[in-house]
Design a binder for this molecule. Structure first.
Ligand code: HEC
Length: 179
């Protein structure tokens, strides 16, 4: 059998051996290294914080993020499709990226006549219940495209192009008070 005589369980200065033996194998009872313990306790503490932040406070949810991302992609496709109807314009009016771009166009192009709160001025009020040319999304789009030249509303379609025009319509729609 073994040429080495079995060691005594403990020699001076040596780590103790655990009392159990399995298949003739015994193991030292070594203290776990500090770096290892730090990793263990650190990850336990981190897991509590992570759980609280993601599940309790912000409720980050993969499903919601995917839905939002799909919504952005759909709206971006709609915005550049060049053909708009009431439902696609309404969908664009619920999409952050479209609204950001529509708001930027509004600030540079419309604010001088329709005011920073869309309350009107030289131009008509765009957030009241009275619409001179209809409040359906496609009717607003038509006013933008064709203008009301005799009343001082320029035709923006040719200036802005179809995508920016539709985006600014989406922005106006997003500002409508809930009815
Ligand atoms: C030079 C001033 C001026 C600018 C700039 C202007 N508008 Fe107008 N807008 C008007 C006037 C004036 C009217 C009212 C037309 C009328 O009396 O029929 C109007 C009407 C409208 C209407 C119809 C409102 C209704 O009650 O039916 C919409 C929508 C509109 N503007 C959106 C915009 C948007 C969006 C922009 C920026 C792309 C813009 N306008 C830029 C002057 C302007």
């Amino acid at each position: 059998m073994s040429e080495h005589p079995p060691k005594s369980p403990r020699e001076p200065g040596e780590d103790p051996v655990r009392p159990h033996v399995f298949d003739g194998i015994s193991e030292y009872d070594k203290r776990l290294p500090n770096w290892w313990l730090a990793t263990l306790y650190g990850s336990i503490i981190f897991s509590v914080f992570y759980w609280m932040v993601t599940q309790q406070f912000r409720r980050i949810n993969d499903g919601d993020q995917v839905t939002a991302a799909v919504q952005e992609i759909r709206a971006a496709k709609l915005a550049s499709s060049g053909s708009y109807d009431d439902s696609s314009l309404l969908e664009m009016s619920r999409t952050a990226s479209v609204l950001a771009s529509g708001a930027a166009t509004y600030q540079t192009t419309c604010v001088s006549c329709h005011g920073p709160e869309l309350q009107g001025g030289i131009g008509a009020n765009l957030v009241d219940a009275t619409w001179l040319h209809g409040n359906k999304p496609t009717e607003i789009l038509r006013v933008l495209n064709e203008g009301v030249l005799t009343k001082g509303m320029p035709a923006w379609g040719p200036v802005l192009g179809p995508k920016k025009t539709a985006e600014v319509v989406a922005f106006v729609l997003s500002k409508q008070p809930a009815s």
